[in-house]
Design a binder for this molecule. Structure first.
Ligand SMILES: [Zn+2]
Length: 162
């Protein structure tokens, strides 16, 4: 078998092979298409996202290893798929945490006059007020809540500039 060419789909390469005796030709992929693990491109993008990196970081990392990087189009496609999945899981986890808090409040008899379970939440926040030479007041800041319910509330408040 002789290697004829290579086709690349991100980090997955297809090696085109040809038999020099009977001319039989086949493409062998570096990633098994029947593999049930996370595809290599998804894994690479997921990995760089998990450590707070982006396209340029992955490109730099792969070039250091002398591996041709993913195209920005492939990266973006994988990124969108992963971000959507993460958001779905985060919402489910936040809902689950809120339901657990609700159950604990009911167990502790912490029910408000309107019949709804009440939760004690400790809140603190900040925003930038100072800079060099001019008066500065940032439109964004940070808020923290104590309780596992915190992430549920933070998600809903963060979009309304609270
Ligand atoms: Zn042959």
């Amino acid at each position: 078998m002789k290697v004829m060419s290579e086709v690349r789909k991100g980090l997955n390469s297809g090696i085109s092979m040809k038999c020099e005796m009977c001319n039989f030709q086949e493409i062998i992929w570096t990633e098994d298409p029947h593999n049930e693990k996370m595809p290599v491109n998804t894994a690479a993008v997921s990995g760089i996202m998990k450590i707070g990196g982006g396209f340029a970081n992955l490109e730099e990392f792969l070039s250091t290893l002398d591996i041709p990087p993913l195209s920005s189009k492939t990266y973006q496609k994988e990124h969108n798929t992963i971000a959507t999945a993460w958001e779905k899981v985060a919402k489910r986890e936040m809902y689950s945490a809120a339901m657990e808090e609700k159950q604990l409040a009911v167990q502790a008899g912490e029910i408000g006059p309107d019949g709804f379970p009440t939760l004690t939440v400790v809140v603190d926040g900040c925003w930038a007020k100072r800079s060099y030479r001019n008066n500065y007041s940032s439109l964004s800041g940070a808020v923290s809540f104590k309780e596992s319910l915190a992430c549920f509330i933070r998600c809903h408040l963060s979009n309304s500039y609270v």
